[in-house]
Design a protein around this ligand. Structure first.
Ligand code: ZN
Length: 187
């Protein structure tokens, strides 16, 4: 079942997610519903806050973004990033492995709003996977950008918070309009 999306201006997007202790049947169902929702809206990542849940769970599937390359290393060996898609990450921890690079980002909670954001290009990720297992991998390119964007969501941080001042100035009017629309619908 797909879930209603939460848009910028709703305070739940600013909530810090609680740690997920175990993959219960409820969490399994939420993962399935979030994957369906992400697919419906053609996203490559979706965080629990974006469907109104304050927990550290995100789903990612970068396969739709064919023109933006990703890299993956599993146990020190290069692997095909598509081979592990889609993924669900709980309680992810990120270690940056190189310098930030600038690249374009959007977000399902900010329709039609895009901007360049600077983030480390390569990261190590440690998380709990959908079977409750501990996962560890190194990724680069779009996948690294996506994992960092989604992990931010789990702590109430949004991509607009990481834009530099000129980038944010460019989208200021659109941001204000979206925030007002969301707040009007919440009242
Ligand atoms: Zn987002």
């Amino acid at each position: 079942m797909d879930l209603p999306l939460i848009y910028y201006g709703d305070p739940v997007l600013r909530a810090k997610g609680a740690t997920v202790e175990a993959v219960t049947p409820e969490i399994e169902q939420l993962i399935a519903d979030m994957l369906e929702t992400m697919k419906k809206y053609r996203g490559i990542g979706l965080a629990a806050q974006q469907v109104g849940r304050k927990i550290q769970l995100t789903v990612i599937d970068i396969r739709a973004a064919e023109n933006r390359p990703s890299t993956l290393e599993l146990e020190g060996e290069e692997a095909d990033p598509n081979s592990i898609m889609p993924i669900a990450l709980m309680n992810p921890k990120i270690t940056p492995l190189n310098d930030p690079v600038s690249g374009p980002e959007g977000c399902l909670s900010f329709p039609e709003i895009f901007g360049d954001i600077s983030r480390p290009e390569k990261i190590r990720v440690q998380a709990m996977g959908r079977e409750g297992e501990s996962m560890e991998f190194v990724c680069g390119g779009l996948l690294a950008r996506c994992v960092q964007h989604e992990t931010d969501h789990l702590h109430g941080i949004l991509f607009v918070d990481r834009m530099d001042r000129p980038t944010k100035a460019d989208i200021r009017d659109d941001l204000n309009a979206l925030q007002e629309k969301t707040k009007a619908e919440l009242d």
